[in-house]
Design a protein around this ligand. Structure first.
Ligand code: GAP
Length: 451
């Protein structure tokens, strides 16, 4: 509706991923995806709030991950562990002694830097002074707090810097209650916190973020095969959700990059505007964590295989992804500009599973004669899908808005609908419009979306 003769006359350009982070940041602010946190107080650095659209998109990223890693398999279960944890957990995991970055201060300009991120370890990138850095010292990235009203070491608590440890500390309970046996996995999605020295690039590196982690427990002899399996499966997940293959790569870590627990790690990397950078790490954690927690807690954290009469500590393959960071990648890859009937438009070609709204219901006019039917259609669709209802502005502007927020389908209710019981369904990507009887609408939408 409303795009004139030649409806659907979108100039077919190949998707043009945004090269400019600012385009996405500004679209996200303008349309209600991501806001600077506490902006009315001048903003809280490196902290972001997810608005009406961003919270839906982030939820869809997490649900797509759960769908692939848990729902579509019979060997992975989901948990939701506490964010607050006692020091013993982080002592055992090695985070209290190892989870740190080397810091240097410039004695000239007093700025602080991560030594391992400096292009030139002798020159200050801020003031240009040479040989002005202090000796490096290790800075632990965990946020420490206290639980309860009484201060003292007994009250120390930490905000988790990764969700992973919840899967290790609950290993035995999950094993017993879920009736699983290796190879099997425990998955978790949730917030993690790191006091990053150099938070940067919008939601790419923040102090509060969300992770989607799987700990996949396997017999040690099968570890190499499962590592390869998960590297391929995880790379494919991003491609299946619409990231072009040329914007993705798998990169094995060099020995000096490995975390303290890892015997081998590969990163899924995405081509961000500043170059290829990490979306997810797939690590071979061996039996490090279960052994550490067994030793520190005094509990047996192993598996007895009744078929072979063998007791062993499973090895772990860990695909660990960032939900908020991945959301940024999906937005960057989906961003496109094209021209319809000589008018430039911005369109987010988000995969339907990720799109915040799946369908927009747009009555052609605000008149009382149309809106009851439009609301009926909204109610019909919203039983199954997240639906946006919009009756403001002219229809062309409403289509542009839905394109810009990535809504795959728009349903327009017009005056003919009152007589012929049909509506117009418009496709975001092609802008093609077809007339569909209302009683076939849900089936048509489901067919077009693929679910
Ligand atoms: N349990 C292993 C682990 O946490 P990691 O590589 O430190 O491994 C996994 O983190 C993923 O979490 C990263 O690939 C990244 O996507 C996300 N992540 C880590 N730190 C982050 C931060 N400061 N801001 C946003 N995402 C972050």
């Amino acid at each position: 509706m409303g795009e004139g003769p030649g409806q659907g006359a979108s100039v077919a350009l190949p998707p043009m991923p945004a090269t400019d982070l600012e385009q996405i940041v500004s679209l996200c602010k303008r349309r209600g995806f991501v806001y600077q946190s506490a902006e009315i107080y001048g903003g809280f650095r490196s902290t972001y709030d997810y608005g009406p659209l961003g919270s839906l998109l982030l939820r869809n990223v997490k649900e797509a991950w759960i769908r692939s890693v848990v729902q579509q398999r019979d060997d992975v279960v989901l948990i939701d562990a506490a964010v607050l944890s006692p020091p013993q957990v982080w002592e055992a995991s090695g985070h209290l002694s190892n989870f740190s970055d080397p810091l240097v201060d410039c004695t000239e300009c007093k700025q602080r830097f991560r030594l391992d991120k400096l292009d030139d370890p002798d020159t200050c990138p801020n003031c240009g002074a040479t040989n002005s850095f202090t000796e490096a010292r290790e800075f632990n990235l965990m946020f420490k707090t206290q639980a309860g009203p009484v201060e003292g070491t007994g009250a120390d608590a930490y905000l988790r810097p990764e969700t992973a440890q919840g899967m290790f500390t609950n290993f035995v309970q999950v094993l017993q209650t879920s009736r699983k046996k290796p190879p099997f996995g425990i998955a978790q999605v949730g917030k993690s916190f790191r006091n990053e020295i150099t938070p940067q690039n919008w939601i790419f590196r923040t102090r509060e973020f969300e992770q989607m982690e799987l700990e996949f427990f396997v017999p040690p002899a099968e570890s190499a095969d499962w590592y390869e399996y998960w590297c391929n499966a995880r790379l494919q997940w991003y491609a299946d959700l619409g990231i072009p293959a040329e914007m993705l790569r798998l990169r094995a870590h060099d020995a000096d990059e490995l975390s303290h627990y890892s015997a081998g790690t590969a990163d899924v990397e995405f081509q961000f505007p500043w170059g290829f950078d990490e979306l997810e790490g797939i690590a071979q954690r061996t039996d490090y964590d279960l052994r550490q927690h067994a030793e520190h807690s005094g509990e047996k954290l192993d598996y007895f295989d009744p078929q072979t009469n063998e007791r062993y500590v499973p090895y772990v393959i860990e695909p660990a992804a960032g939900a908020t960071r991945t959301m940024a990648a999906f937005l960057l890859a989906a961003y496109d500009e094209d021209v319809i009937n000589d008018e430039k438009r911005t369109v987010l070609r988000l995969h339907p599973r990720l799109a915040p709204y799946k369908v927009a219901v747009l009555p052609l006019s605000k008149k009382d004669t149309l809106t009851p039917l439009a609301h009926e259609i909204r109610a019909l669709l919203s039983d199954r899908y997240m639906v946006d209802y919009d009756e403001t502005q002219n229809i062309g502007k409403r289509y542009r808005r839905q394109d810009e927020i990535g809504t795959p389908l728009a349903v327009t209710v017009d005056f003919d609908s009152l007589d012929d019981g049909a509506v117009t369904v418009r496709d975001r990507d092609t802008t093609e419009q077809v007339r569909v009887p209302i009683d076939e609408l849900v089936a048509t939408v489901s067919d077009r979306l693929g679910f």
